[in-house]
Design a protein around this ligand. Sequence first.
Ligand code: FES
Length: 147
Amino acid sequence: MLFKIGRLEEFPLGSATIVEVQNRSIGVLNVDGQLYAILNVCPHQQAPVCRGKVRGTMLPSDPGQLVYGLDSQVLVCPRHGWEFHLQTGKALFGITKSRLLTFPIRVVENDVFVEMKERRGDPNDIAAPSDERGDAPGRLVNYTSEQ
Ligand code: FES
């Protein structure tokens, strides 16, 4: 089901905007022109993860070497610093098997929609139903424009 969350210009480059969809707090991040929609709840201790920084990280490397990578692909939780891959929602380097819940975004004629299942049950339940785990990556798909 598609839920309109705004116009494309409301999500400028580098922004992290929090929207409410079906009583859920969703972070919409524009990273290098790519939009990501992520449930604003860290799987560790439920911090507002979308308030964290987007950056790269230090990659596993040989002793004595420092290798930086994944630039602009990592969301860092502001509470304890756990790192998550923006596209997959997976925690980096196996710190946990839990992952961010991501949602596909669609842009149609400059209207931005987030795609998620219609919620049933307790509207105050912030946890994702188990059948939503592993949704498609939350990146921009099906972009069309009248330009
Ligand atoms: S609450 Fe996000 S890393 Fe702990």
